[in-house]
Design a protein around this ligand. Structure first.
Ligand code: HEM
Length: 498
């Protein structure tokens, strides 16, 4: 009966192609627990030929591999494997493709105000507007002096304790985000407020793992009253409280900007606005920290794998600074190769290979394929950025692909898929762009990032995590050494001047 009802609802229009569902289990076994983007990319090739019946073009049956689908316990999951499909649906039909999958656990915990998981509509809209305004290119430019200063503190720390390089990278991102958001200055890694924000946000991200999304579709797992109350400790209230956002620290920050507007309100309007603002602000650390850390770790990995690229970038930087100072944002137009490295870092190992899932709010038909209301839709950023038609030799790390023949930077419109799609595209992307540039340029101006002695002979292996929304390199050894005496003196002089 269900099959007949389903057929009627679709009017006979087929679902996007994919592996044949099994009885009861559907496609459960076809969805891998790890690195699912690789499997989806393979499926897209397997189901990816549009075939003509009887060799007659007009009798084409649609078996488009750029859109594939799976069904698990009544949930339809759609994966868009090309930039065209992602743009056609997530961007051009954004009004119905911008929701997020239902995550009741988050709602019960009052995380519904946190932007990356917020449902599309009246809760999301004002929070998103707030962040778009606060993180637009012009506004982000005002944080440059802070980003530059913090990047230099990273150099000081790396010189003092190079073996703690991973900790220093993580601390840098925490400092940048909490300063920009709340004007809060993290003391050190032991700072208790920093630690609490970190733990709360880690907990939040485990709830949006693909596994957690499937849990929503198993009715018997939907009610978990025994353990939920222990977790519902109003995380946002705590989060905002820890950062003192209502006391409005004097440093310019997004919190400070928004306080004045809230102060004009009263009663329930004020209460609602406070929740909205604290949710929007709390989104920034949870969405921005691990992601930028992952991209920075990939940059370190690239330096180990390609010393020649590192050297070429150093030559470019030296020609601009004369090795008498650190590079700055003002130097950026004269450092296209450094910029190209940052872009290639994002393309080569996309931090969120399947972006963040969208959900559809209305039945839809695309290229003769049926996409039902409630379907979860992934844009396969990995497949888009490893498409050999767009990126020659896509598995290779080649910054030159982002340069014109005269050495100037080349625009690449597909690269924005690193940050997702349509109305939900990452609002932090301009901030990331600045952070990566100044971190990479500062690092290369004074350090060589190399394999450890023990890794020099034999094959050096690296792997990436594949069980979460964010993918990052698994731990690898690395040696961070000042390039020479000049570099060391530059760092010391800068440290003393602070
Ligand atoms: C390399 C670093 C980063 C990457 C790769 C990244 C990627 C993404 C992606 C793929 C999405 C989902 C887009 C979609 O649904 O289509 C997203 C959403 C979001 N990102 Fe980022 N992001 C990064 C850094 C940041 C930073 C630094 C911030 C804050 C300053 C930030 C704030 C957000 C927020 C608030 C959302 C939710 C937007 C919404 O749902 O409307 N992200 N990001």
């Amino acid at each position: 009966f269900q099959a007949v009802r389903d057929y009627r609802r679709r009017g006979g229009v087929p679902y996007p192609p994919g592996p044949r569902p099994l009885p009861v289990l559907g496609n459960l076994l076809h969805i891998p627990k790890e690195h699912s983007w690789l499997t989806y990319t393979q499926y897209s090739k397997k189901y990816g030929t549009s075939e003509s019946l009887f060799l007659m073009p007009s009798f084409k049956i649609y078996v488009l591999g750029d859109v594939i689908s799976f069904r698990v316990f009544g949930q339809v999951i759609v994966v868009l494997n090309t930039i065209k499909a992602a743009k056609d649906l997530l961007e051009k039909r954004g009004e119905i493709y911008s929701d997020r999958p239902e995550t009741p656990i988050l709602d019960m915990m009052e995380w519904q105000w946190v932007l990356p998981t917020a449902r599309y509509g009246d809760t999301w809209r004002p929070a998103r507007r707030l962040l778009d305004r606060g993180l637009r290119p012009g506004a982000v430019a005002s944080y440059r002096p802070m980003q530059q200063a913090r990047a230099r503190v990273l150099m000081t720390r790396l010189l003092a304790s190079p073996y703690k390089w991973e900790d220093h990278i993580e601390l840098l991102q925490g400092e940048l985000l909490l300063d920009m958001t709340y004007g809060y200055q993290v003391l050190d890694r032991q700072d208790r407020k920093f630690d609490m924000v970190k733990r709360l946000s880690e907990f939040g991200t485990t709830l949006v793992l693909p596994g957690a999304l499937l849990v929503n579709n198993l009715p018997f797992l939907r009610h978990i009253p025994e353990w939920l109350p222990r977790f519902s400790y109003k995380p946002l209230a705590r989060y905002g409280h820890a950062m003192g956002w209502k006391s409005g620290t004097a440093r310019p920050s997004l919190a400070l900007q928004n306080l004045q507007e809230i102060e004009k309100l009263s009663g329930s309007d004020r209460d609602k606005a406070e929740k909205m603002v604290s949710g929007a602000l709390a989104s920034l650390y949870s969405a921005g920290s691990d992601t930028t850390v992952s991209a920075t770790l990939t940059f370190f990995l690239v330096c180990l794998l390609h010393p020649e690229i590192q050297k070429k970038a150093q030559e470019e930087i030296d020609a601009v600074t004369g090795r008498e100072r650190f590079p700055s944002f003002e130097d950026r137009p004269r450092l296209p190769f450094v910029d190209a490295i940052c872009k290639e870092v994002l393309r080569w190992m996309p931090v969120t290979p399947l972006a963040v899932p969208h959900a559809v709010t209305q039945d839809d038909v695309y290229e003769g394929l049926f996409i039902p209301k409630g379907a979860i839709v992934f844009g396969n950023t990995w497949a888009i950025l490893r498409d050999p038609d767009e990126y020659e030799d896509p598995d290779a790390f080649k910054p030159e692909r982002f340069l014109n023949s005269n050495g100037s930077l080349r625009d690449d419109l597909n690269l924005t898929s690193v940050f997702g799609f349509g109305k939900r595209i990452c609002p932090g992307r301009h901030f990331v762009d600045a952070t990566l540039f100044i971190t990479v340029a500062s690092l290369l101006s004074v350090f060589n990032i190399k394999k450890r002695k023990e890794d020099e002979d034999g094959a050096f292996r690296y792997t990436y995590t594949g069980d979460s929304v964010i993918s990052h390199p698994n731990r690898f050894g690395c040696s961070v050494v000042p390039r020479d005496k000049i570099a060391e003196e530059l760092i010391n002089a800068d440290t003393l001047s602070r």
